[in-house]
Design a protein around this ligand. Structure first.
Ligand code: SF4
Ligand code: MG
Length: 330
């Protein structure tokens, strides 16, 4: 049973230009689904779409998102506010933007605890210190009285994670949650997220450009390219047998020595600009295996084997050949 269902989500400009162009995925309770891709491919915009926190001028153009029983795009903003920070919380890529500069970090967390957990007074204070302790903030009992400007970037990131977990979310949307952190703290935070998930059954949408983070954290993966999902598979399948030429290049570009901190920038060429209209396969300009069809026709989504799907003509061709063989009764 899926907790979150994202169905043909299209997000873009009022002119109709799509930045996120028809993506679909599901996440079950207790599961981590990673959206992996280079920067500028629409990962963060996907997250902001689900939260209904899109920047001005960008809107959800079609598709739907269902969390539990709630069709999020149909809810009045008032109800959506009750869901945000409660059953669905987000960790932003840029922690500075989401913390209130004129409130102590403790007061901000206590506010979430009051609003979404009904906690107040000493109980809320105690829980707040536990949360900060849990994300590895040293001397948490003292830190609760500090303001965001008194904290380093990494500390602010951890405060934001504590604040997101304070509402006991059923779904945590985490946009590059550990990118700003040093390696030791990164490992600690990923461990905390996994522990929280094991204890509460929280589902997680993890947005990352880091294959090491995917290897350590994800159950299933959607590889995003130019606003679309190019390939979707379980982590095991993806690492054992990447099918899409883009995914294959991501893996081939990795040095042999481990996966950690491997930014996905080692592939020649660049992602087409957001919202640009491209005929045929969006990866064709960077693909070694492209042929005429790739430049003319957009590849369809093809399920290659159970749970593994790919958007690439190479695999349509296999299916078409199979059909032809069957037509001839062979
Ligand atoms: Fe490469 Fe063609 Fe597949 Fe696109 S459809 S990834 S260009 S082989
Ligand atoms: Mg981003």
């Amino acid at each position: 049973m899926s907790l979150l269902k994202v169905n043909h989500l299209v997000t873009g400009l009022a002119s109709g230009l799509a930045i996120v162009d028809g993506i679909s995925f599901e996440i079950a309770a207790g599961e981590t689904f990673a959206l992996l891709g280079e920067s500028g491919c629409g990962k963060s915009m996907t997250a902001l779409s689900l939260m209904r926190l899109l920047p001005d001028g960008v809107a959800n153009l079609s598709g739907d998102v269902v969390l539990g029983e709630a069709a999020l795009f149909d809810l009045p903003e008032r109800e959506m506010r009750g869901i945000r920070g409660g059953s669905m919380a987000m960790i932003f890529q840029e922690p500075g933007l989401s913390l209130n500069p004129v409130m102590t970090v403790g007061a901000q967390i206590v506010e979430v605890l009051a609003l979404h957990q009904g906690l107040s007074g000493a109980l809320a204070q105690q829980r707040c210190v536990e949360l900060l302790d849990g994300v590895g903030i040293p001397d948490a009992a003292r830190r609760v009285h500090e303001y965001p400007f008194q904290l380093s970037g990494g500390m602010k990131q951890r405060v934001m994670i504590a604040m997101a977990l304070a509402g006991k979310p059923r779904l945590l949307v985490a946009d590059e949650p550990t990118t700003a952190l040093d390696v030791t703290i990164q490992a600690q935070v990923l461990q905390l997220l996994r522990d929280t998930q094991a204890a509460t059954g929280m589902a997680m949408l993890l947005i990352t450009h880091d294959l090491g983070v995917v290897a350590e954290t994800a159950h299933r993966v959607g590889v995003m390219y130019a606003g679309q999902i190019a390939e979707q598979a379980s982590r095991q399948e993806l690492f054992a047998r990447p099918l899409h030429p883009y995914t294959q290049k991501l893996f081939a570009a990795l040095p042999q020595a481990g996966l950690r901190d491997q930014a996905l920038a080692a592939i020649a060429g660049s992602v087409p600009p957001m919202g640009s209209i491209v005929q045929g396969c969006r990866f064709a300009p960077r693909c070694d295996r492209a042929w005429e069809l790739c430049r003319e026709k957009t590849p369809e989504w093809t399920i290659v084997n159970q749970g593994q799907g790919v958007r690439c003509h190479l695999y349509n061709r296999i299916e078409e050949q199979k059909d032809r063989i069957e037509d001839r009764g062979l």
